[in-house]
Design a protein around this ligand. Structure first.
Ligand SMILES: Nc1ncnc2c1ncn2[C@@H]1O[C@H](COP(=O)(O)OP(=O)(O)O)[C@@H](O)[C@H]1O
Ligand SMILES: [Mg+2]
Length: 252
């Protein structure tokens, strides 16, 4: 099992879009994948083309139920676990606290994932308990950023969380990589920001940026992954590159 947490300190950077499309791409390549949603917004199922209203999710399960009871599979055979709606905010917080103290990895192991399974965790933006749970379980952290002035603050915030969590045992710290989404090469400011990021982040910023491409929201609106909806689009090409990079990670 190789756990990838897809995180950011801002909403709308594209975490759920990347999680859903990566899960679809990897599944098509016959790589065992499980997409897990740690975000009360419950969007991942929608992005994967599931239209079930109020699906049972991990925060809806009783203590004697394993996460199998929240598992779903979409038409493309992508396996996913919904977050769920909880009884109320207080109960949801209690459930998350239990998940945090036992550890997401432990709950995932109950599912006996196939060997080499990649678990993609879509998260609520940091700071949040959902984010903390995902960080603690991760073998690799993908921080999704957009090339806007606010990204420098987002990166500083993410590094602060990372330091706080892993400074005591740096040898067990997962890799933290930054991935640019919604890149618009027609914007000069965006080019300048990307130039600065490359100098500052060096190899920690992935070469595989995802361009701004309407194929991403359009594919979602038509209940398809980008690779099916617009196989020759820029976004489809970029996402394939990101999937290749993930599969090439040494620990995987
Ligand atoms: N590369 C992209 N090009 C164009 N639109 C995108 C791209 N990535 C995400 N979006 C759109 O941006 C919005 C926010 O994306 P989402 O994945 O929900 O972000 P998050 O999960 O980080 O809040 C959605 O409408 C999505 O379709
Ligand atoms: Mg999201």
């Amino acid at each position: 099992m190789f756990v990838v947490a897809i995180v950011s300190a801002s909403g709308g950077t594209g975490k759920t879009s990347l999680t859903a499309n990566l899960a679809s791409l990897l599944t098509r390549r016959e790589q065992p994948v499980l997409a897990v949603e740690l975000d009360p917004s419950n969007r991942l199922g929608l992005y994967l083309g599931l239209t079930v209203r109020n699906p049972t999710g991990i925060v809806d399960l009783s203590a004697d139920q394993t996460w199998h009871h929240a598992a779903q599979r979409n038409a493309d055979h992508v396996n996913l676990l919904h977050f769920g709606h909880g009884v109320n905010t207080h109960r949801t917080h209690e459930k998350l606290s239990v998940i945090e103290s036992r550890g997401v990895r432990d709950f995932l192991l109950d599912l006996s994932p196939p060997s080499g399974c990649i678990v993609l965790i879509d998260t609520q933006r940091a700071p949040s308990l959902c984010f903390d749970c995902a960080l603690a379980a991760a073998d690799l952290i993908l921080h999704v950023i957009t090339a806007q002035p606010g990204c420098f603050e987002d990166i500083a915030v993410m590094h602060a969380h990372y330091e706080r969590r892993f400074s005591a045992e740096p040898e067990h710290a997962p890799g933290l990589f930054h991935v640019l989404n919604k890149v618009n090469s027609a914007k000069l400011l965006s080019d300048d920001i990307i130039g600065i990021l490359r100098v500052r982040l060096k190899s920690k910023m992935l070469r595989y940026a995802i361009h701004q491409d309407e194929a991403i929201p359009e594919a979602m609106a038509s209940n398809q992954c980008v690779a099916d909806y617009a196989p020759h689009s820029q976004a489809s090409h970029d996402l394939q590159g990101l999937a290749d990079w993930l599969l090439a990670q040494p620990a995987h």
